[in-house]
Write a protein of this length. Structure first.
Length: 74
């Protein structure tokens, strides 16, 4: 991707995706797998943030957190 960004005069922003499915995109609270072990957490597709009550799809939430982190870096 870097060469494409260079070609078009754009900046590549890299974000570490680790734990982004555990951070609420609404309030920013890290929920640490909601107390579940890793294999249990991977089976969870949707969850409610215990801090703000927002209902979240794990993958969509992770994408939103990655976007927020990327925008914060710029």
């Amino acid at each position: 991707l870097q060469y494409k960004c260079d070609w078009y005069g754009k900046k590549l922003i890299q974000v570490n995706p680790s734990y982004t499915s555990q951070i609420c995109a609404n309030c920013g609270k890290n929920n640490h797998r909601l107390g579940l072990n890793k294999s249990e957490w991977l089976a969870v597709r949707e969850w409610d943030c215990p801090n703000c009550g927002k209902h979240l799809d794990r993958d969509i939430n992770a994408a939103q957190v990655i976007l927020q982190k990327g925008l914060a870096i710029r």
